[in-house]
Design a protein. Sequence first.
Length: 176
Amino acid sequence: MTRPGDVRKWLGKLGVVGIVSAAMVMIPMFEHPAAAQQTWEPPAQQQWSPPPQGAPVYAPRPPVDTARAVQEATQDAQADNNAVLWFFAGCLLGLIGVIIAAVADPSPPAARMMGKSPEYLAVYTNTYRSVGHSAQLHSALWGLGTIVVVYVVLIIIIIHDANTASNTAPYFILRE
């Protein structure tokens, strides 16, 4: 059975939570009076009027120079590619490193996208990802190829040593 003091504490906490919740809902309305005065009515329709005399008339945006976007993205992707990292990923992880390089998708830094048009960004981003992806996959494949060649050379050396060792007697036996 609960004591009357427990019920009072519970009601007090519930009251505090209710007041704080109501305040959190109401404070933004006080900060933005326009939000407090909104109604459910649709906004009044404004009639279109031509610009006043002497007002600047905006021309359409110039077309995007896609060749420049492709060139910049290609240069940036090649400069940003960490070829050593992907080479060692291919060497140390083998086929898993190549799969990671194939799946990992490079993305351009956000600082390079400031102030550019959406069309330019689309061309730049697609080219950057394509060139970066190709470069990291290329480096990982070189790493895998290098480690395969090293293993093949080591196996040939081991087989050669095993064959020559079986044909000759050890040095300490010949000294008798």
